[in-house]
Ligand binder design. Structure first.
Ligand code: MSP
Length: 617
């Protein structure tokens, strides 16, 4: 086992508004770092910002400020988010820092001196939005914006000459590109001849970048500059001892869209500079919002700050880690977030702690009882707890975080079942000693689960340790001391009620326009007949008078209203709902009703004598 663990996130574009995609990679790196730290490994976790290039220069000039000032003003948005998300990074790098500029120039000079950079006149298609020359084929793909014909003298890196060396490296290091399908994607890409890489931009066009050490008329291409951050931070060229300790990185975590830059540009750059390659590049999938890509134009970009404000940091971290299978895309919806929260965190995890502490407080004066001699039930739990530790460790090391979490939750569920089965609330009357054994066992199982979940939810698990009055991270059964005084606690994960869902739906700007609303034709109506629908307990068939017309509708209100009591009621009808057959009965509209889980009431009129068939708006 490697006792040094160095993990990086991509450095994010300083201009971007931080969104759930940035938050995800950073939380993932944080969770992995915390697991490795807990396992006693020396861990270095790096994140930061990508601050050069055309887009930053443009955004600064649009705001009428100098680019450096623009970056300085934008950077805190990320720093604040990481603080709020309890990200435990060891360094935060910004590419405009002096320490980074020096390393970029050093690498450029080495590569140049080694004969791998040459000057050439290039004529071709250039995508301003991507800040690079593109091929005809790429231009035709429609994925690139702001395409121009450009003829320019530039500097090129002989990337093509490392093609075979790269293929060999990928093949002989199966973990170099993960997951497997991404490795195959890169090997497929490398079947075509690999072009050299244009690594300069003339200052006449762009000056917000790091100057080439061998030609002051040019700045460095933003990707050539950005990738180097991974060696700047651990001390390349400035602190050889530190650099030797951390490099090569254990993992570069990235999203699938930046695979080529990491798995092709970066290793060939390192080969040319004579530096060892990172151990693994791991590309995760994308968060989709429902079924769609997240994008500004769709207006579905999820701002993690809002989620944290509403639901807390740990539940957001939990959801993101539990829901994404690493390597595949995952879907974010508020419904699935709330469902997962209520079932896993409120019902299974939080509830178990409340049950245990309530019973210990009530029957043992808040003092954790002695387990005494274990029966077969406790022995099974003890051994599953021990196996669970190993299972989680293996899953984390093979990047199956969702499985590690799910297995821990399964364990918690099994403890809830054990509680149901043993019923210590009854047992305490007849056999207090056994009740004590059950409560100790459940508390110890909770402690071990919290140790295993602590990298994902560092705050709420700390609350749990505080309640149990014990904070050892040991995974050995029996860590809790009988005789410990348990502390009072607020519910660990209070259920999220529906009212919050509504608030959030509004936050997602799920508004309809007035024109949308006008499409709904609402009319007053009078109920003139109501009867049960045969064979359907919940349905009533209702005849309505709507001015001179009669309408028939089917409504699911039989549990709340006796048909006879409805006659003569004035109600509100959705008059232009497409007719439908419900249980074979024609329904020509719908009645408005207010309902929650336990009750329902029809929307009526304030004035009983008001005529039917009048528009409601
Ligand atoms: N600046 C470059 C990275 C340079 S690293 C030397 C960059 N920055 S970025 O801010 O645009 O994106 C950073 C990361 O966010 C990428 O890994 C990208 O995959 C990830 N995500 C952007 N949208 C995402 C989702 N919707 N879901 C998950 N991750 C996504 O690229």
């Amino acid at each position: 086992m490697n006792s040094i663990f160095y993990i990086t996130t991509p450095i994010y574009y300083v201009n971007d508004d931080p969104h759930i995609g940035h938050a995800y990679t950073t939380i993932l790196a944080d969770v992995l770092s915390r697991y490795h730290r807990n396992a006693g490994e020396d861990t270095f976790f790096l994140t930061g910002l990508d601050e050069h290039g055309q887009k930053v220069q443009q955004a600064a000039s649009d705001r009428g400020v100098a680019p450096q000032r623009h970056c300085d003003e934008m950077a805190p948005r990320f720093i604040k988010l990481w603080e709020k998300l309890h990200i435990s990074n060891d360094d935060f790098i910004r590419t405009t820092e002096g320490r980074h500029k020096r390393v970029v120039q050093d690498i450029l000079q080495r590569v140049y001196d080694g004969g791998d950079i040459y000057e050439d006149e290039y004529e071709g298609l250039y995508s301003v939005s991507e800040e690079r020359f593109i091929t005809e084929k790429e231009a035709e793909s429609g994925e690139f914006r702001d395409i121009r014909e450009l003829k320019e003298k530039n500097y090129f890196f002989r990337m093509g000459s490392y093609q075979q060396a790269l293929i060999d490296h990928i093949k002989s290091n199966p973990k170099f590109i993960q997951p497997e399908h991404r490795k195959n994607e890169i090997l497929g890409f490398l079947k075509q001849p690999l072009n050299d890489l244009c690594i300069s931009r003339p200052k006449s066009r762009l000056n917000w970048g790091i100057e080439l050490p061998f030609d002051s008329g040019y700045v460095t291409y933003v990707w050539f500059d950005a990738l180097i951050n991974y060696i700047t931070a651990p001390g390349f060229g400035s602190d050889e001892v530190s650099f030797k300790k951390w490099w090569p990185a254990s993992y570069h975590l990235i999203g699938k869209d930046i695979l080529t830059t990491h798995a092709v540009y970066w290793p060939t750059m390192l080969m040319s500079a004579g530096i060892e390659l990172p151990t693994s590049i791991f590309a995760h999938g994308w968060w989709l919002i429902g079924e769609s890509k997240m994008s500004k134009s769709l207006g579905n970009v999820i701002n993690p700050m809002n989620l944290i404000d509403d639901y807390g940091v740990d539940p957001v971290r939990y959801f993101l880690m539990r829901e994404m299978v690493l390597g595949q895309d995952a879907s974010f919806t508020l419904e699935s977030f709330i469902k997962r929260y209520n079932s896993d965190l409120a019902n299974d995890f939080g509830n178990l702690l409340s049950r245990v502490t309530t019973l210990v407080n009530k029957n043992f004066a808040g003092i954790l009882p002695n387990p005494g001699e274990l029966t077969q039930f406790e022995l099974v739990i003890k051994s599953s707890a021990e196996n669970l530790g190993e299972f989680v460790n293996d899953k984390i090391r093979s990047m199956c975080i969702n499985e590690a979490i799910e297995e821990t939750l399964q364990f918690i569920r099994s403890i809830n079942r054990y509680m149901e089965h043993q019923a210590p609330w009854k047992l305490v009357q007849e056999d207090k000693k056994s009740a004590g054994r059950v409560l100790y066992t459940a508390a110890e199982a909770l402690r071990i689960s919290a140790v295993l979940l602590s990298p994902v939810m560092p705050n709420r698990t700390a609350d749990l340790f505080d309640t149990l009055n014990h904070d050892s991270l040991s995974l050995k059964w029996g860590g809790l001391q009988p005789g410990n005084k348990l502390k009072q606690h607020k519910p660990l994960f209070p259920r999220i009620e529906l009212i919050m869902e509504k608030k959030d739906t509004e936050q997602q700007k799920n508004f309809i326009t007035f024109d949308d609303f006008k499409k709904v034709e609402l009319k007053t109506a009078e109920i003139i007949k109501a009867e049960k629908v045969d064979g359907a307990d919940r349905l009533l068939k209702i005849q309505l008078k709507v001015d001179a017309d009669t309408r028939q509708i089917v409504a699911g209100i039989a549990e709340y209203y006796n048909p006879e009591t409805l006659i003569g009621k004035k109600v509100v009808l959705v008059a232009n709902l497409k007719p439908a057959k419900i249980r074979g009965v024609e329904s020509q509209g719908m009645l408005l009703a207010a309902s929650d889980e336990n009750s329902l009431t029809l929307v009526g009129l304030d004035d009983d004598d008001f005529p039917s068939g009048v528009n409601v708006s």
